[in-house]
Design a protein around this ligand. Structure first.
Ligand SMILES: [Ca+2]
Ligand SMILES: [Ca+2]
Length: 596
C-alpha cells in the first residue's frame, strides 16, 4: 500500500524492454557468480560506515551531529583532516536503539566546531568518518546542482556542452503535435485535435509531464525564491537563459510554467491531468523516444494545482514585469479561470483511461487542493473571496508534511508570514496549526536516536522527500516564530539525506563521498556515462519494495531505514522525481539563508 501523499504513483508497469535488459543483466551476473567473482558492486552492497554524518559538511553556526555505531567507546574527537591534529574532544550520548534500522547508536555533537576547514570524527576502535568541511558556503554547490538537475531534465530543448557539460544531449519530446485524448475532449477540442504543449520538465525517471506533480514541484521552487531572494539572486546556474535579467531559479521555473500554461483548455479553464505516452518509454535517451503523445482528462485536482501554482507565479514574477512583460497578469488570469472552473466542477476526480499506462497521480480528496489554491489566490490578490477557503481548518492530525496528493500545508508555507497583500491577521490564522505541526516534528526529532523527525510510517515511496518536506514545514514555522529547535530539526533532515541515514550514503547523485550510482532515470541509464546525471535526490528507503518482482538484485534489508537498492530496477527506492528535488532546493537555500 502506497501512502498517497508520499507515494509517487500507482504501481508502475515496467516496460518489456527494461525486463529484457534486467534479465540479460541477471544472466550475466549469475555467470560471474558461478565463476567465483563477486557480483557487480553497487553502493548498496558496501557496508554502512560506523560513523555517519552529513558528507557535505556544515555551516559554521549550524548544529553538527554524527551518528555512531555503538561500541565500547564513550568519547570522540574531531581532527583536522589533513594534519590529523585534534581540534575538539567530546562525550558520546548514551546508546539508544533505532527500530527503523535495527541499530543501537550514540550521537556525537560537535556543534562548537565553527572554524572553517576539513575534518574527520575519530573514535577509538572504529574507522574514522569520511572527511567533511565546515564552510560558510557548504550547500551552495548542492543547491545549484539540485536546480540544474531540472535543467538537465528539460523536455523540448537540446542541451549544449556550455549548459550541460558531459551531459549534453539532443532535444527530445518537442510536444508541438500532441493529440487530445478522448478522455480530454471538449466541443472546440474534440478527440484527435492536435495542440502544441512544448517545454516543461520530465517528471522523474520517465519522460511524461504531469500537472499534479508539476504543481507542488514548481511551487516549492517559486516559494524558495520568494522566501530567500538574496540567496538566489547570487546563485548563477549556467542556464540557456542566464544573463536575461531574471534570477536563474526563476528562469528554470519558467521552463515548466510555460508548459503548464499550455495545459489549460482555453474553452473552459479546465486543466489536463498530464501529457503522456500511452506507455512508459524504454530506457533510451529522450531523442530516441518518439511515440505519439496525448493530453489526458481534465479534472478538479489538476485544475486547482494549476490555479495555485499560477497564482504564486504571478505574485513572484510581478516585480520582473519589465523583463517578462504581461506575464504576471496572464498567469493570474489563468489561475482565476482555473479556480472558477474548479468551483463549478468541484469533484471531477482523475480516472486513468484503460489505454493509458503511465503514472496515475490520482487523488480522491480535493479539499486540500481547494485550500491551497485559495491560499495562493489570497496571497496574490488580497481578495476577500478567497479568505474563507484559504484559512479553513482541516487536514489530518497524522499528516506532518505536504505531498503531491495532500497540498494543504503548502498554503501554510505561503501564509506563514505577512507580505504585500497578506495581512498580519491572515498570517496569524495559520500560525496555530503551523507551530503545532512543527512542535510535533521537533518532539519526534528530539526523541529519535538518529535525531531525525521521521516516524517509522514515513519510510514510504519517496521517504527522502517526506523528511525534506517536514524540514520545509519546520522552516515555515521558523519564519513565523524563530525558535532554534525548528532550524536544528530542519538541519537534521538535510543531514539525514546527505549521509546520517541507515545506509550511510549521500542520497544526492554526484554529491558527497558515497552517493547513488544507478538511479532509475532514463538519461542516466542510457547516456553511456558512468556517473549518473548529478544533482538528483533519489527516493530513498522504502520497505514497500513495490518493484521487487522486476529487480533481480535483492534489497539488502527489509528494515524500513535500510530498504534501499542502488539499482536501476528500483523505481520504488532509487528513482528521481521533480517533487523530491524541490524541497532539497528549498531546504538547502533556507539553511544557507537562516543559519547565522
Ligand atoms: Ca488532495
Ligand atoms: Ca550513465
Amino acid at each position: 500500500m502506497i501512502r498517497p501523499a508520499a507515494g509517487r504513483r500507482h504501481h508502475r508497469t515496467v516496460p518489456a524492454t527494461v525486463l529484457a535488459t534486467a534479465l540479460a543483466a541477471a544472466f550475466a551476473g549469475s555467470t560471474l557468480l558461478l565463476a567465483g567473482s563477486a557480483a557487480a558492486a553497487t553502493s548498496a552492497t558496501v557496508p554502512a560506515p560506523a560513523i555517519k554524518l552529513n558528507q557535505l559538511g556544515f555551516l559554521p553556526a549550524s548544529q553538527k551531529l554524527a551518528v555512531v555505531r555503538d561500541a565500547s567507546a564513550t568519547q570522540f574527537s574531531v581532527v583536522d583532516a589533513a594534519s590529523g591534529k585534534k581540534v575538539l574532544d567530546g562525550t558520546l550520548s548514551v546508546p539508544a536503539a533505532w527500530d527503523a534500522s535495527g541499530e543501537t547508536v550514540r550521537l556525537a555533537d560537535f556543534s562548537q566546531l565553527r572554524t572553517p576547514g576539513s575534518y574527520r570524527v575519530v573514535i577509538a576502535g572504529l574507522p574514522d568518518s569520511v572527511p567533511f568541511p565546515v564552510n560558510a558556503d557548504a550547500y551552495r554547490d548542492l543547491d545549484a546542482g539540485a536546480i540544474r538537475a531540472y535543467t538537465l531534465n528539460r523536455a523540448g530543448i537540446a542541451l549544449t556542452p556550455a549548459v550541460a557539460g558531459a551531459y549534453a544531449r539532443p532535444a527530445g519530446h518537442p510536444d508541438t503535435r500532441v493529440e487530445v485524448h478522448p478522455s480530454a475532449a471538449s466541443s472546440k477540442r474534440p478527440a484527435g485535435t492536435i495542440i502544441a504543449s512544448p517545454k516543461g520538465w520530465y517528471d522523474a525517471g520517465d519522460y511524461n509531464k504531469y500537472i499534479v506533480n508539476s504543481g507542488i514541484s514548481t511551487y516549492t521552487l517559486l516559494a524558495a525564491y520568494e522566501h530567500f531572494p538574496a540567496w538566489f539572486d547570487k546563485l548563477a546556474l549556467r542556464l540557456p537563459e542566464s544573463g536575461n535579467g531574471l534570477p536563474d531559479l526563476l528562469n528554470e521555473a519558467l521552463w515548466n510554467l510555460e508548459w503548464m500554461a499550455t495545459m489549460q483548455d482555453p474553452e473552459d479553464g479546465g486543466v489536463y491531468h498530464k501529457l503522456t505516452n500511452k506507455a512508459f518509454d524504454g530506457m533510451v535517451m529522450p531523442d530516441k523516444a518518439s511515440g505519439q503523445r496525448y493530453v489526458v482528462q481534465k479534472n478538479t485536482a489538476a485544475t486547482l494545482d494549476f490555479a495555485a501554482t499560477m497564482a504564486a507565479a504571478s505574485r513572484i514574477l510581478a516585480p520582473f514585469d519589465s523583463q517578462q512583460p504581461g506575464r504576471a497578469a496572464r498567469y493570474l488570469a489563468a489561475a482565476e479561470a482555473a479556480w472558477t472552473r474548479a468551483k463549478a466542477n468541484p469533484r471531477v476526480l482523475y480516472q486513468q483511461p484503460a489505454d493509458i499506462l503511465t503514472g496515475g497521480y490520482g487523488d480522491k480528496s480535493v479539499d486540500d487542493e481547494f485550500a491551497w489554491a485559495a491560499a495562493e489566490l489570497l496571497a496574490t490578490t488580497g481578495k476577500d473571496a478567497y479568505r474563507a477557503q484559504a484559512l479553513a481548518p482541516g487536514g489530518s492530525a497524522a499528516q506532518t508534511e505536504p505531498g503531491w496528493a495532500d497540498v494543504r500545508m503548502l498554503g501554510w508555507v505561503t501564509l506563514a508570514k505577512p507580505h504585500a497583500r497578506l495581512s498580519a491577521q491572515d498570517a496569524a490564522a495559520v500560525r496555530q496549526p503551523l507551530l503545532a505541526n512543527a512542535d510535533k516534528l521537533v518532539a519526534r526529532w528530539q526523541a529519535s536516536p538518529y535525531r531525525v523527525s521521521m516516524a517509522r510510517k514515513d519510510f514510504v515511496w519517496g521517504s527522502n522527500a517526506v523528511v525534506l518536506n517536514q524540514a520545509m514545514m519546520l522552516i515555515a514555522a521558523y519564519r513565523a516564530e524563530p525558535r532554534p529547535a525548528y532550524l536544528q530539526a530542519a538541519q537534521s533532515a538535510l543531514d539525514y539525506v546527505l549521509g546520517r541515514n541507515g545506509p550511510g550514503i549521500s542520497f544526492v547523485t554526484g554529491f558527497g563521498t558515497i552517493s547513488p550510482m544507478h538511479p532509475h532515470h532514463r538519461p542516466s541509464e542510457a547516456d553511456g556515462i558512468v556517473a549518473p546525471v548529478p544533482g538528483w535526490l533519489v527516493g530513498g528507503p522504502n520497505p514497500g519494495q513495490q518493484d521487487i518482482q522486476g529487480c533481480r538484485v535483492p534489497y539488502p534489508s527489509a528494515l524500513p531505514a535500510l530498504s534501499w537498492l542502488d539499482d536501476v530496477c528500483s523505481y520504488a527506492s532509487n528513482e528521481v522525481a521533480i517533487n523530491w528535488n524541490a524541497p532539497l532546493v528549498y531546504v538547502a537555500a533556507a539553511l544557507q539563508s537562516l543559519v547565522k
